[in-house]
Design a binder for this molecule. Structure first.
Ligand code: C2E
Ligand code: CA
Ligand code: CA
Ligand code: CA
Length: 275
């Protein structure tokens, strides 16, 4: 029994080593990818539920890996956050998204995801200003999406940075609303422009009457605070009907369009405008 125990221990250690090695490899590859420009942005439409028009797009980063193909951000963003690489990567995303958006029609905004480590950086607001200046994009066309976890740490200076950006005209959205412990209390601490209701609330909605009730309650909360509500992850006509019935203003999801390269999104927007 002892031998088996020790064997198991060794196997466990080997797996730990393997995981650590994979992380080290991925960290090195991420650094190389930054240097060699192997990231790309895809854009997913944010759609007005009144008239089905595209109001804006969310920039979502992908990694063009030489062997693994297009790698999802869910695979590398956590490691980029742990290693601090999210700071230069996030800066690239911000600049590229502003450049891409500047080439889209004036009434289309662009939403960029911001990680905690980026916001905590003293120079973050300055970096946003530089991205706007370099691209010629108006501040009012930029939205920054932050999750509750971004506000959890170092809250006072984070709030100050957000206020600074908001005074300049940049809009701030609360992402993944409802997945954290204190989403609602953050609405009192910062005047968000938009709430993005997490897709877990619609995913559970098939055949369940309480999902509609929860969305309705959040939409009502947003309305009373003057905050726009968007529902994420709409995949079916049934879900679309639910969020429309509950009074949300915007939606995002595969039903309308998955994230696509900027040329495809530009064509979608042009086609819609020509109708
Ligand atoms: P998120 O900010 O909540 O972005 C929405 C995610 O939901 C995207 O996944 C999008 O492709 C996916 N999605 C959209 N519609 C649907 C739908 O109808 N059904 C389903 N099942 N999924 C849908 P993606 O592109 O894989 O991004 C995953 C996460 O990675 C993002 O979640 C965000 O947290 C992070 N991320 C992506 N790009 C960036 C970035 O530039 N910076 C930072 N810090 N994080 C990023
Ligand atoms: Ca987001
Ligand atoms: Ca989200
Ligand atoms: Ca999410």
């Amino acid at each position: 029994a002892k031998a088996v125990g020790r064997g198991t221990h060794c196997l466990f250690e080997t797996q730990m080593d393997e995981t650590a090695r994979e992380r080290t490899v991925m960290e090195r590859e991420l650094r190389e990818a930054l240097v060699h420009g192997r990231f790309e942005l895809h854009y997913q439409p944010l759609v007005d539920l009144d008239d089905n028009r595209i109001k804006g797009v969310e920039a979502l980063v992908r990694w063009r890996h030489p062997e693994r193909g297009l790698v999802s951000p869910t695979v590398f963003i956590p490691l980029a956050e742990e290693t601090g690489l999210i700071v230069p990567l996030g800066d690239w995303v911000l600049n590229q998204a502003c450049r891409d958006a500047a080439a889209l029609p004036d009434d289309i905004s662009v939403a960029v995801n911001v990680s905690a480590l980026q916001l905590r950086n003293r120079n973050f607001a300055q970096g946003v200003l530089m991205a706007l200046a370099a691209s010629g994009l108006k501040a009012t066309r930029l939205e920054l999406e932050i999750t509750e976890s971004v506000l959890l740490d170092d809250t006072e200076s984070n709030l100050e940075t957000l206020h600074t950006l908001r005074r300049l005209g940049v809009r701030i959205s609360m992402d993944d609303f409802g997945t954290g412990y204190s989403s609602i209390s953050y609405l009192r601490r910062f005047p968000f422009d938009k709430i993005k209701i997490d897709r877990s609330f619609v995913r559970d909605s098939a055949g369940r009457s309480d999902a509609g009730a929860i969305i309705r309650a959040i939409v009502g909360l947003g309305a009373s605070l003057g905050i726009t509500t968007l529902v994420e992850g709409i995949e079916t006509e049934e879900q679309l009907a639910t969020v429309r019935a509950e009074g949300a203003q915007e939606m995002q999801g595969y039903l309308f369009s998955p994230p696509r390269p900027v040329q495809d999104i530009a064509r979608m927007i042009a086609d819609a405008a020509a109708k």
